[in-house]
Design a protein. Sequence first.
Length: 136
Amino acid sequence: MASVLNPYLSFRDDARQAMEFYQSVFGGTLKVNTFGEFGSPDGADAKKIMHAQLEAENGFTLMASDTPAGMEHNPGTNISVSLSGDDAEDLRGYWEKLSAGGTVSVPFEKQMWGDEFGACVDKFGIPWMVNVVQPA
């Protein structure tokens, strides 16, 4: 898999409805995982979307999630740029460059879903997420 760059949208509580709408617009396959599926089955956010990914047949990829309770959500500034793939060396290099001089919100390390992931805001104020997909 080559590395890909795509928008990542944040919602307060309606990521599922939004992504189902986008699927009706663009077609394709929608995969959705909740916070409950990844370690918080009884929490207040259990039914909220931790990660949704729409892969359209035309090559478009759109990702989204709900913002957990207690985290800031500002409509209009609720988009990040996501870099993901299995080229670990390239993606780690992008992470180092993007996070240098910026603010790291999630350290780049192995996450509960098995991938290496980090989130930062670069020195220009742009939010980035970098994810290295691990072999199945």
